[in-house]
Every structure is written in structure tokens, then in C-alpha cells.
Design a protein around this ligand. Sequence first.
Ligand SMILES: Nc1nc2c(c(=O)[nH]1)N[C@H]1C(S)=C(S)[C@@H](COP(=O)(O)O)O[C@H]1N2
Ligand SMILES: [Mo]
Length: 298
Amino acid sequence: MAYRWTNDLSPKDVTPQEVFFNRRKFMAGAVGLGAIGAASGAAAQDLVPNSLEDITSYNNFYEFGTGKGDPAKNAGAMITSPWSIKVDGLVDNPGEYSVEDLLAGLDIEERIYRFRCVEAWSMVVPWNGVELADILNRAGVQAGGKYVAFETVMQPETMVGVRRGVLDFPYVEGLRMDEAMHPLTMLATGIYGEPLANQSGAPIRLVVPWKYGFKSIKSIVRITVTDQEPATTWNKINAREYGFYSNVNPEVDHPRWSQGSERMIGGGLFASRQDTLMFNGYDEVASLYEGMDLRENF
Ligand SMILES: Nc1nc2c(c(=O)[nH]1)N[C@H]1C(S)=C(S)[C@@H](COP(=O)(O)O)O[C@H]1N2
Ligand SMILES: [Mo]
């Protein structure tokens, strides 16, 4: 079937359409934000986003080095245009799509999400992007499609971490189909209404707010629908420490540190730790895991 993703607008042309907010997330956010969150009823203030400076200067993007400041220093060299994404596997409309074609006709929304790294730090990020489900529905997931695998670009010439082999690159990640289709799961193209900075995973990256940050794979060049649980980079390195699911869970500690609380980046005067919430506060995903032992399936 010749389904065409025609393009008449680029991510740069689109402005945030909607400030995403719901009461439950507000309550989740308010736990740590204390008086600030609890006192104000107004949507935009309930989850106070980190500054763009915080969000783009404290990063994990091992292709550009392992230090938190390395991506900001080194990722400028990454070539992000033109950019194409291969959509393949168990889909009706496989192909190599430019990022513009992939997004054509979709509204770019703004969603303010909490972001929790497995290393026990957190931020609040105002993402711009689309639901991954919209992209998967256009691709046409076939009946046997049970998982979605993602792959990051390989650019050894611009990526000092790849040249040094600090991880088994390309970076790969995966989701179960119901997780991938969940309305909270985004493909992000911007932050604060600006195109993603290279260190944030330009031009397009995954955002799965109820999972540890390493699931949110950056600078995606391939999306594959498969019938097998995909291999994931951190799981390959240490399966005991990094499970396939990696849902934020304060009850299941990392073997080397507690996951019960988290350090809020950029807290300034109010810099502090806050309690980590089950599913990072996104209780609406709990039903995806009903009947699963989350200690075993960590
Ligand atoms: N390709 C790639 N994606 C990646 C990573 C990486 O090293 N390479 N790091 C992950 C980790 S551990 C985290 S916490 C988040 C960090 O996203 P941020 O730097 O935008 O906060 O990106 C994730 N995505
Ligand atoms: Mo992370």
C-alpha cells in the first residue's frame, strides 16, 4: 500500500499548541515542589519546569562523553539535517522518512513532564512533540507487532564517545507495544518551543515519563516494530542493574543506591531531595502492569 506522509511544514514552523496538564500530575508534582506547587492552582505553575540552561547543560548522552557537561560541549558537531528515520519491521508502511515527513500534519504539543534519571536526579521539562502512537498508527502496526525497538544515529566522526567505545553503540532501546501506544509516550522535537538542542537528542527523541531516563533514547534514526523483546543498551551492559521495563519505582532500589528519593536539578535556594513516586507520579500507567511482579520485571 502506497501510503504517503506528505510534508508541508517543518517542526520549526509549528508553535506549541497546548499546555499539557492534568490534576493528578499536579498532585504528583506538588509533593516535591511543596508550597510553590500546592499554593497555586494555575496549570502552568503546578509543575515548575527547569530552566533551558539546566536542561541543556546537565545531560547524559554517552556518544559525546560520560561527563554531565560533555554533551553540551561536544554535541554541537552532530549533523542533524538532513535527518531520516527508517521505519521497518512489522508495519504496513515501512520506509525511510525524513523527520519532516514523519511529523507532517501532526500538531506539535507542549507537555510538561517530570523526568527521573536512574541515577536519582530529576528535572521538569516542557517538551514539544507528538504522541508516538500517532507515528505508529501511520506506520500501520501489524497484528504480530508486540514491541517497538529504537536506535540512535551512529556518527563516529562527530561522536567522541563512539570513537572511544564507551558503550556498545549504536544506543538501542525498546518498549512493549502498549507502552509505546500509551498517550503519555512522546517523540519530542523541542523544548520550550525551540528545536531540541543537539545535547538533548536533536532532532527527535523518545520521552517516556514514567520510566528511568535511559529509556528515553536520543537522536533516533530507526523505529522497528517486532515480535521479540528488543535488546536495550544498558540491559546488555548490566542486566542485574538495568531491566527492560525500568519503570520508576521507589520500592525497588538499584543494587548500588536507593531509588526512594531524588535530587532535583537546579533547585537553587530550594535545592533539595524529594521522595520518588511510583511510576514517577504517572499513576495512569499502573494498569499496563497489572498482575506483573514489578520486582521481578524491574
Ligand atoms: N542515544 C542516547 N540516548 C540517551 C542516552 C545516551 O547516552 N545515548 N542517555 C539516556 C539517559 S541515561 C538519560 S537520563 C537521558 C538524559 O536526557 P537529557 O540529557 O535530555 O536530560 O537520555 C537518555 N537517552
Ligand atoms: Mo539516566
